[in-house]
Write a protein that binds this ligand. Structure first.
Ligand SMILES: Nc1ncnc2c1ncn2[C@@H]1O[C@H](COP(=O)(O)OP(=O)(O)OP(=O)(O)O)[C@@H](O)[C@H]1O
Ligand SMILES: [Mg+2]
Length: 330
């Protein structure tokens, strides 16, 4: 099960999400997670479950948009034998499977209005009936819903029930798009590269300078999933020891520009420092002496910054004889 530590990122935006995850994990209230595709909604839901007292029971995901409307009710609430053609035996639904645990309703904006009513009742009372069943069942399952559509607009257009929206949205976590997470994109790029090169048994040490620039300026419409996929592909394509912008298939046309909104001075300083350090570590393949020299700071200052910005994970493990004074997390 995914822990909150697996959510890579040091930007204020993602730290705020991690804080919310920790807070909502302590309650049993429903949670609504919103965000563009690939921003980590399911990862956040899993992290909430993993941090909660329900962690020893199941995390049960169901994608409300991917299951035929006619089947969804029985998938969710189960059915009795003979409830419909083909229902040859009784079947428990995902709600029952999530007893004591967490039910994750992905793409909840796609839920039909008849099911929205049933879900609302479940959220309010914890009760439901299986399809074709008379008996009212009671299950204790925490509900987390996720959607990439704007439920408020759906509500205004009468596609999503207002009462359900308010019931579900008491605790709301919004995952910002990757392009709004500043230097996190570089951090993730480094971590995903380590992972992908290990899987492919290829020695790739880092990114070329043009690759880092392209990663930083691309719009990332598919967010973290797109980043991870492009890096996986680039590792396969790469011919040298470094990933280039071409390996990533990020041409200058694809680059969108970083945007011109204003940061506070402190945030800007942090962004630039993280970016320079990540670039340095990538270009010098983790050799901190060289990174410090290029950045014109002492190694002590560099270590302090690594700790301050939580970047220790980027430093490759030191050989055992010369154990370095940094903690390595991977
Ligand atoms: N902060 C993060 N750190 C590390 N990996 C992440 C992070 N956010 C997302 N990922 C990874 O990106 C991929 C997409 O995440 P996830 O499936 O949670 O996104 P989603 O918002 O549910 O997407 P969709 O709307 O397309 O279903 C997963 O492999 C996930 O592990
Ligand atoms: Mg998802």
């Amino acid at each position: 099960m995914q822990q909150v530590e697996e959510m890579i990122g040091t930007s204020p935006a993602i730290r705020a999400v991690a804080e919310m995850v920790m807070k909502v994990a302590k309650t049993d209230l429903p949670v609504l997670i919103t965000g563009e595709t690939g921003t980590g909604k399911e990862l956040a839901a899993q992290a909430i479950h993993a941090q909660s007292l329900r962690r020893r029971s199941s995390f049960v995901p169901i994608n409300c948009g991917a299951i035929a409307e006619t089947l969804l009710e029985s998938e969710l609430f189960g059915h009795e034998r003979g409830a419909f053609t083909g229902a040859v035996q009784q079947k428990k639904g995902r709600v029952e499977a999530a007893t004591g645990g967490t039910l994750f309703l992905d793409e909840i904006g796609d839920l039909l209005s008849s099911l929205q009513v049933k879900l609302l009742r479940f959220l309010q009372k914890g009760t439901f009936e299986r399809v074709g069943g008379q008996e009212t069942l009671h299950v204790d399952a925490r509900v987390i819903g996720a959607t990439h559509v704007d439920l408020k607009t759906a509500m205004e257009q009468n596609r999503f029930r207002e009462d359900l929206y308010y019931r579900l949205g008491v605790l709301h976590i919004h995952l910002p798009p990757l392009r709004e997470r500043g230097e996190d994109v570089l951090l993730m790029a480094m971590r995903f590269l380590t992972r992908a090169s290990a899987v492919n048994a290829k020695v790739i040490r880092g990114y070329s300078s043009d690759a880092l620039d392209a990663i930083r300026s691309y719009h990332w419409p598919g967010n973290v999933r797109e980043l991870s996929n492009r890096i996986r592909r680039a590792v396969v394509m790469a011919e040298g020891m470094e990933i280039t912008a071409r390996d990533l298939d990020l041409t200058s046309e694809a680059a969108f520009g970083i945007g011109d909104s204003l940061d506070s001075l402190k945030a800007a300083q942090r962004r630039i420092e993280v970016e320079m350090i990540v670039k340095g570590i990538s270009l010098h393949h983790g050799n901190l002496t060289r990174v410090a020299r290029d950045l014109d700071v002492s190694r002590t200052t560099l270590y302090r910054k690594l700790r301050e910005y939580n970047l220790q994970c980027l430093v490759p493990p030191a050989p055992p004889v010369h154990a370095a004074a940094v903690s390595v997390r991977n």
